[in-house]
Write a protein that binds this ligand. Structure first.
Ligand SMILES: Nc1nc2c(ncn2[C@@H]2O[C@H](COP(=O)(O)OP(=O)(O)OP(=O)(O)O)[C@@H](O)[C@H]2O)c(=O)[nH]1
Ligand SMILES: [Mg+2]
Length: 309
C-alpha cells in the first residue's frame, strides 16, 4: 500500500483555479487498425524490394527506399505489438471464454491507461461527482455537463490536473451515461457499457436504493470489479429530514449508512457525500480513491510512477 499524505496528492484544494484541469483527447486507434496498417506497410515494403531486386538496372536508390520501407513496417509492427497489446484488468472476462463474446471490450476504452468509471442510475449525480473530484464546476470550460434530466449521453473521459503529484496522463476518469433509460437499460448496463473492463468504478446512488441498483451492485460484486459506493446528494437529505422530521444531520447520516450497510455495501468502501459542497465523506472518498489509483499505477506501470513525495 502506498503511504501518501492528503497534501501529497495535490488534490485537496476545492477551487477550480487551484486545480486547473483539462480534457486531453488522445487518438484511440484500435489495435486491429494499427496492426493491419503495419501489415500493409510490411507487405508493401517487401513487394517493392523484391520488384526492385528482380529488375536489375534500376537505380540503387529505389532498392534502398524499398529496404527502408520494410524496416519502417517492421518497426511499426513491433511498436503495435508492444503498445497496442491489451492490458486487460485481472477481473475482466478471459479472452477465450464464452462470456467474453457477450461482455465486449468497448472500442472507445483504451486499456493502455488506467480507467475508472463513474456509473449508476440516470440523474444520481455522476457528472457532478466527476467535477467535484477534478475540482471544477459544471460551468467551467472543462467541466462535465450537469443537468436535471438525462444529461450525459456518451461516455466521456477526463484527466486529472497535470499539477497533481501522480501520473495524470495515465489515468482516465470516465463519466458514463446513466442506467435506467431507453438507450441504457439497467438490466444490460454492465454489459452495454463494458464495466468489466474498467480498473475500478465509483457506483453512485442517491435517495433510496432501487432494486435495479442493488442488482447491478450484486453483479459488480460477482464479477469482482473493484468499486466504491458513493451515496450522493446527502446535503439535500439532511435539509429535507430536518424539515420533515426535525432530525439532526448526524442522525440522517447514520440512517443512510445503516440502510447502505443493510444492502451489503461494505462500510470501508462506501462514502456518503455532497458533490455540490464537496462535503461529508468527500475528502475521505478522494483520499481513498486516489490512494488506490496510485497503487494500481505502481502495480501496472512500475514504481517510477509512484507519487512524488
Ligand atoms: N444538492 C445536491 N445536488 C446535486 C448533487 N449532485 C448532483 N446534484 C444535482 O443533481 C442533478 C443531476 O446531476 P448530474 O451530475 O447531472 O447527474 P448525472 O448522474 O450525471 O445525470 P445523467 O448524466 O443524466 O445520468 C443536477 O441538478 C445537480 O446539480 C449533490 O451532491 N447535492
Ligand atoms: Mg451526467
Amino acid at each position: 500500500m502506498v503511504a501518501c499524505s492528503r497534501d501529497s496528492l495535490g488534490l485537496m484544494e476545492k477551487n477550480a483555479s487551484a486545480l486547473e484541469t483539462q480534457i486531453i483527447p488522445q487518438p484511440q486507434e484500435e489495435a486491429g487498425t494499427a496492426t493491419s496498417r503495419s501489415a500493409a506497410m510490411f507487405t508493401g515494403g517487401w513487394v517493392t524490394a523484391v520488384t526492385v531486386a528482380s529488375s536489375a538496372g534500376l537505380p540503387v536508390v529505389s532498392l534502398g527506399a524499398g529496404c527502408l520501407y520494410v524496416s519502417l513496417g517492421f518497426l511499426y509492427l513491433l511498436y503495435c505489438s508492444i503498445w497496442h497489446g491489451l492490458r486487460l484488468p485481472a477481473h475482466s472476462p478471459s479472452e477465450d471464454s464464452l462470456e467474453a463474446a457477450y461482455y465486449l471490450l468497448p472500442p472507445w476504452l483504451d486499456t493502455r491507461v488506467l480507467n475508472w468509471g463513474v456509473v449508476g442510475r440516470v440523474g444520481v449525480g455522476k457528472s457532478s461527482l466527476v467535477n467535484a473530484l477534478r475540482g471544477v464546476r459544471a460551468n467551467h470550460a472543462s467541466g462535465a455537463a450537469v443537468g436535471i434530466g438525462h444529461t450525459t449521453w456518451h461516455a466521456q473521459p477526463y484527466h486529472f490536473s497535470s499539477g497533481v503529484d501522480w501520473p495524470a496522463q495515465l489515468v482516465r476518469l470516465w463519466d458514463l451515461p446513466g442506467a435506467g433509460t431507453l438507450d441504457w437499460p439497467s438490466e444490460t448496463y454492465i454489459m452495454d457499457s463494458g464495466l468489466r473492463y474498467f480498473d475500478g468504478l465509483l457506483f453512485v446512488i442517491s435517495d433510496a436504493c432501487l432494486e435495479s441498483e442493488l442488482a447491478m451492485l450484486r453483479q459488480l460484486r460477482h464479477f469482482q470489479v473493484p468499486h466504491y459506493v458513493v451515496r450522493s446528494k446527502i446535503d439535500q437529505d439532511v435539509i429535507n429530514n430536518a424539515e420533515d422530521n426535525s432530525v439532526e444531520p448526524a442522525e440522517t447520516l447514520a440512517e443512510v449508512r445503516y440502510e447502505l450497510s443493510a444492502h451489503g455495501c461494505e462500510p470501508s468502501r462506501t462514502f456518503v457525500i455532497s458533490s455540490r459542497h464537496a462535503d461529508y465523506d468527500f475528502d475521505d472518498l478522494l483520499y481513498t480513491f486516489c490512494t488506490e489509483v496510485i497503487r494500481q499505477c505502481e502495480e501496472i506501470f512500475g514504481p517510477k510512477h509512484a507519487v512524488k513525495r
